[in-house]
Design a protein. Sequence first.
Length: 107
Amino acid sequence: MSVASLANRTYGFERQTTTKDAVGGQTKAWASSATVKGRVQPLSGTDQIIHARNESRVTHKGYFTGTPDILAGDRVQVGSQFLHVAAVRNVDYADSFVTVELEERDQ
């Protein structure tokens, strides 16, 4: 079974942007960065991956077609929650799909 056949939903990714205001302050906001077909699945407690370098705990894994513009630090809305991108991997280096490790955070 191919990843393309499992890519049964469309997901919108967002990237944090910073804009300067007229008085020298900064405003941070999330802006749309990519819309891709894919699939997101939760990991079980024993499958969770811990990244020591930034102390993130990966709670979901995503599979997306193509090589979309997704970067670590982006976020994706899944249902009513946002999941943050911990890592992106171009699995086969043929630009056919990427896997994305996602982290559920308290906000």
